[in-house]
Design a protein around this ligand. Structure first.
Ligand SMILES: Nc1nc2c(ncn2[C@@H]2O[C@H](COP(=O)(O)OP(=O)(O)OP(=O)(O)O)[C@@H](O)[C@H]2O)c(=O)[nH]1
Ligand SMILES: [Mg+2]
Length: 285
């Protein structure tokens, strides 16, 4: 999958994260529960190094709960604590403070023994575009301070936000990386909304989604688009769905762009039920 990147923006984002790293106690790495591995930025791993970290598996409501449990165990095996949350509804958030204090307990004890009064924990929130960083911050602060939106690239600059006396949170713009080693990663990021639609070939993404559903959730696919059987030919499959959803052009031909748009939107709106796309352990690290 080829995507037009903006290396200048990426370099800037990278520099900004590196600069702020020394100011924070912990990094909250947000990943998307539907793609807990594909949504991890390999660059982040390299930038944050030894800094204490908590993985927050956000949008847990959109993923398969059994798979989310497996991913939590996977991260734990790697020595990183992970917590499943839903920032939209605010579930799982109490765990964040609890796990943060566990991770930082030694540092806090050390500060106490030196007579330094406990202060607010400073946390930097990082993650791919549209993963829910700003939504999480608003939830933790219990106010709509950070701008949010269901498209990538809403947050343009870093911003410190106070959450009570306990935490100071640094909201950051979402960062992607220059090249996806595994093309599946690109498709999954695109499908779940981390990449701007106008630089994508939505027909490719829709076809990727259809084939995934055909493999793992054939009944949900058939039911959604009223199919007895799933056509093997891509054009036939698009024709069926397009006709059914009224995506016709003048002259009665099927509008493939519109059909692709509907399929991708159906996936993003959880019309096939909660789904985890990262099923296998993609070797990224
Ligand atoms: N279903 C569901 N939606 C969520 C959740 N968290 C965030 N969202 C939605 O995801 C979209 C993106 O949220 P933002 O908080 O703007 O994402 P961001 O990571 O700050 O994005 P950028 O600023 O573009 O990097 C919004 O429409 C949120 O309502 C969640 O846990 N579950
Ligand atoms: Mg944001």
């Amino acid at each position: 999958m080829s995507i037009q990147w903006f290396p200048g923006h990426m370099a800037k984002a990278r520099r900004q994260v590196t600069e702020k790293l020394k100011l924070v106690d912990i990094v909250f790495e947000l990943v998307d529960a539907r793609i807990p591995l594909s949504s991890r930025n390999p660059m982040i791993e390299e930038i944050i190094g030894q800094k204490p970290r908590l993985i927050l598996i956000n949008k847990a409501d959109m993923a398969d709960p059994a798979k989310t449990k497996e991913w939590i165990a996977y991260f734990e095996e790697k020595g990183i604590k992970a917590v499943a949350i839903n920032s939209d509804k605010g579930t799982g958030l109490q765990q964040i403070q609890k796990e943060t204090m566990k991770i930082l307990s030694e540092k806090w004890e050390r500060m106490k023994s030196r007579g330094i009064r406990p202060r607010a924990v400073r946390a930097m929130i990082v993650g791919i575009p549209n993963v829910g960083k700003s939504t999480l911050i608003n939830r933790l602060v219990k106010k709509n301070i950070a701008q949010t939106g269901n498209r990538p690239g809403v947050t343009k600059a870093q911003q410190w936000i106070k959450a009570g006396k306990e935490m100071e949170l640094l909201d950051t713009p979402g960062i992607l990386w220059p090249k996806f080693e595994d093309p599946e990663v690109g498709y999954r990021l695109a499908l779940t909304g981390a990449i701007k639609d106008n630089i994508l070939n939505l027909q490719d993404i829709a076809l990727y989604a259809l084939r995934f559903l055909e493999t793992y959730y054939p009944d949900r696919l058939k039911e959604r688009y009223g199919m007895e059987e799933i056509p093997q030919d891509a054009a036939e499959l698009f024709d069926h769905i397009g006709k059914r959803r009224g995506c016709l052009m003048a002259g009665g031909q099927i509008d493939y762009d519109k059909t692709a748009d509907i399929i991708v939107r159906d996936v993003r709106n959880v019309q096939f039920g909660p789904i985890t796309f990262d099923l296998e352990l993609l070797e990224q690290d």
